[in-house]
Design a protein around this ligand. Structure first.
Ligand code: UDP
Ligand code: MG
Length: 344
């Protein structure tokens, strides 16, 4: 069983990478990340690979590297938790003064660590990658992503920059703030914007996936967009009252026309218009109820206060994985580990 004692020697950099079915990429990924990090930090960094319930040999590959290189730490989640929660698990365990987040599929080049760090040292707390070009992604994905970020910006007060992912470099105080947010529906790039401090964009060209295929098909993309909107905006709820107002005014107009028509004795049977009205009103009401339901459902899930992620194994030579031990998210997880240790 692994311990959670924090090593007296804290790394200066933590690299956090969520991994889901990325077996084909891992060797090259680790080689490139370790190369880029060692060039700047030598031994004073850790690479945390969070295996998010992969069904291929990703975890075995991570273990192989962790056994060979003391700077590599493997974190195995008990099942697939989803990209954002896997990332959360990694951020909770990261101990570095600076934290670098990237995707496993090498779409975000690890070699940009150097230039991004130089930017950070100009006095920023967050340097986020902003895509100027996206290689190897379908026009549909690019189009929907562009539309989504622009739509999102019209709905929320927090200034979330467009064309960004989770590829970014953050200082310890930003990561501590993220770890202190206990919410379950996590749209991490938005949460980073919410934290504030000084943030700078770093334009880069997003490469094509090195191998394998995206784990964000249309359904997951829509769910992700819904998480983003509902966790940052109540505009859809307000939409209900706007719609009510609109229909109220049109109803009054219709009423005056009806009174005028009946005074002239020109009323017709009007079955079609009546049926159409009932249908429209019915569907609008159901849609508004659906929006309410979406928010209420999320409140229900949040109210349960379940742990955000469950770690089943930690593979590290140092056995020193602790991270932000006093953050609410880490505390929740630590309690679970105590129960797990007691039981085994
Ligand atoms: N990922 C994860 N859990 C999931 C889905 C994805 O940890 O359930 C990881 C995946 O391994 C990758 C990152 O999240 O490192 C982004 O996923 P992907 O490349 O499939 O998304 P895309 O770049 O196509 O939006
Ligand atoms: Mg990708």
């Amino acid at each position: 069983m692994q311990t959670f004692q924090t090593s007296p020697e804290m790394p200066e950099l933590s690299v956090v990478i969520p991994v889901y079915n990325e077996e084909a990429v891992l060797d090259v990924l680790i080689e490139r990340v370790v190369g880029a990090s060692a060039a700047l930090f030598d031994k004073r960094f850790e690479l945390i690979l969070v295996n998010d319930g992969s069904r291929d040999g990703s975890w075995e590959a991570i273990c192989r590297h962790a056994d060979r290189d003391p700077r590599v730490v493997g974190l195995n989640l008990s099942r697939n938790h989803g990209h954002q929660l896997a990332l959360t698990a990694g951020l909770c365990h990261a101990r570095g003064a600076v934290v670098f987040v990237l995707d496993a599929d090498l779409q975000d080049p690890p070699e940009l660590l150097g230039p991004m760090l130089a930017k950070l040292r100009e006095g920023y707390d967050v340097v986020y990658g902003q895509r100027t070009k996206r290689h190897g992604e379908t026009a549909f994905k690019r189009g929907t992503a562009a539309l989504f970020y622009r739509l999102l910006r019209t709905m929320i007060a927090t200034d979330i920059p467009p064309d960004t992912g989770d590829f970014r470099l953050m200082t310890r105080r930003v990561v501590d703030q993220l770890n202190a947010m206990p919410e379950r529906y996590r749209f991490i790039r938005g949460m980073v914007s919410f934290v504030g401090f000084r943030q700078a964009a770093f334009p880069y060209e997003r490469d094509a996936r090195y191998a394998g295929e995206t784990s964000y098909p249309l359904g997951k993309m829509i769910a992700f967009a819904l998480d983003a909107v509902t966790s940052f905006s109540v505009v859809p709820l307000r939409f209900a009252s706007h719609l009510g107002l609109l229909f109220g005014i049109s109803g009054l107009l219709a009423l005056s026309w009806i009174v005028w028509a009946s005074l002239r004795g020109a009323t017709v049977e009007g079955w079609a218009s009546l049926a159409a009205l009932i249908l429209i009103m019915g569907s609008v009401q159901l849609m508004v109820l659906g929006i309410f339901g979406e928010y209420i459902g999320r409140m229900y899930m949040e109210a349960k206060r379940r742990p955000l992620f469950i770690v089943s194994d930690i593979r590290s030579q140092a056995g020193a994985v602790g991270g932000a031990a006093d953050s609410p998210v880490a505390r929740m997880e630590e309690k679970l580990h105590e129960a797990f240790r007691a039981a085994s």
